[in-house]
Design a protein. Structure first.
Length: 373
């Protein structure tokens, strides 16, 4: 059985924290999770970085199972990390209590129910949900994201990619320090939705590190910078709609550094890409995704239509395909052959020109250092 490890590591300081009065906020540590094959690490062992998207958590059972199974089945060191702002990408945990007066409630609830919902003239939201579950009503609320700040927030881009790159390089260093070699031509990225999008950013920001991207429903540009995120919960007959408005959406971000169409337009991509995308994806059009992939070297686009739903790998043609993560990886990788090498060819620096600003990523000390020129 695969061996599981966790380590807490210093990561790249927040690139947004220059204006913070307390600069210590910019010093960050992140937890990295990784598993190694039961048979040990050798020159044929590859590396797999799994990047969770919205609602995904590396400490969840499904991701732990993936790390363990893939490590043993495919001779991989499997890696995940709690990347920058990922705690704000989970399901709803803290709702801002809405302001609802008793007159509005009288349209639905009886006088006795309203007395229960209001406790000493203060709305008891939990009681509102409990009683409201009997009625066919919809409540629109907002998630409390006040904990986001420039030192840690869902930036949806640069910092999240840097964390994932650093996680791979940190684990590689641990492997080397323990006297092992691994196959540097078998370094795989696997993600869904925002996780898959970050895989593309990782490859662009560190172009000689990765060998293969498995993309399930990546968008071309972070969706929730364009519109707010919404989650719906059904509680009895009641529907609770929770709106997430992220700090990043309020910031003036240079969209070129986040636009895959731009980033890959002047880039000689050497990483093999296997992309899966559904025809009814409501967050990014399959037509737009097909067009993007057709312009990127080494990108194979797989369009998932109704006829391709098999109930084993793909269960819908919607965003994320309701895919079975384990089966999709098996399907993609089972007959895949990788080159073999133990030499890590890491670029010393990467420069990305984005009109009014140039972005520089320095790898001279192995871990990425991101600056704006």
């Amino acid at each position: 059985m695969a061996k599981n490890y966790e380590t807490l590591e210093y990561m790249h300081n927040s690139i947004y924290s220059n204006g913070l009065k307390n600069q210590s906020y910019s010093e960050r540590k992140t937890k990295i999770y990784f598993s190694t094959p039961d048979t040990g690490i050798n020159e044929y062992t590859g590396i797999l970085l799994i990047i969770a998207g919205y609602g995904g958590n590396p400490s969840s059972n499904v991701y732990k199972k993936m790390r363990e199974q893939f490590a043993d089945k495919y001779n991989l060191i499997t890696i995940q990390c709690d990347y920058f702002g990922s705690e704000f990408m989970q399901d709803s945990e803290d709702i801002n209590i809405p302001q609802i007066d008793s007159k509005t409630l009288k349209r639905v609830f009886s006088n006795d129910e309203i007395k229960e919902i209001y406790n000493q003239d203060k709305l008891d939201f939990n009681r509102l949900i409990e009683i409201g579950s009997k009625y066919n009503i919809t409540l629109d609320v907002k998630e409390n994201l006040s904990a986001e700040y420039f030192g840690n927030f869902n930036d949806m881009g640069v910092m999240q990619a840097l964390d994932n790159i650093a996680a791979v390089l940190k684990v590689m260093s641990i492997v080397y320090e323990n006297g092992y070699q691994f196959n540097t031509k078998k370094v795989i990225l696997y993600g869904q939705s925002q996780g898959a999008y970050l895989a593309y950013l990782c490859n662009r920001f560190c172009p000689t590190l990765f060998s293969h991207i498995i993309d399930n429903s990546s968008w071309i540009y972070p969706q929730y910078l364009l519109s707010n995120r919404y989650l719906s919960y059904t509680i009895g007959n009641l529907t609770l709609n929770v709106e997430f408005e992220y700090l990043a959406k309020q910031m003036d971000v240079n969209n070129k550094i986040l636009d895959l169409n731009y980033l890959y337009s002047n880039f000689e991509n050497d990483c093999e890409i296997t992309s899966y995308h559904g025809v009814t994806d409501n967050l990014i059009s399959h037509i737009e995704k097909r067009s993007f992939c057709s312009k990127v070297k080494n990108c194979t686009y797989n369009e998932i239509t109704e006829e391709k739903i098999d109930g084993e790998i793909f269960k819908s043609t919607n965003h994320g395909l309701d895919a079975n993560f384990l089966n999709l990886f098996d399907y993609t990788i089972k007959n895949k052959e990788f080159k073999k090498d133990t030499f890590l060819d890491l670029s010393e620096n990467v420069i990305i020109k984005a009109y009014e600003k140039d972005y520089y990523i320095d790898y001279k000390n192995i871990l990425p250092l991101f600056t704006v020129i």
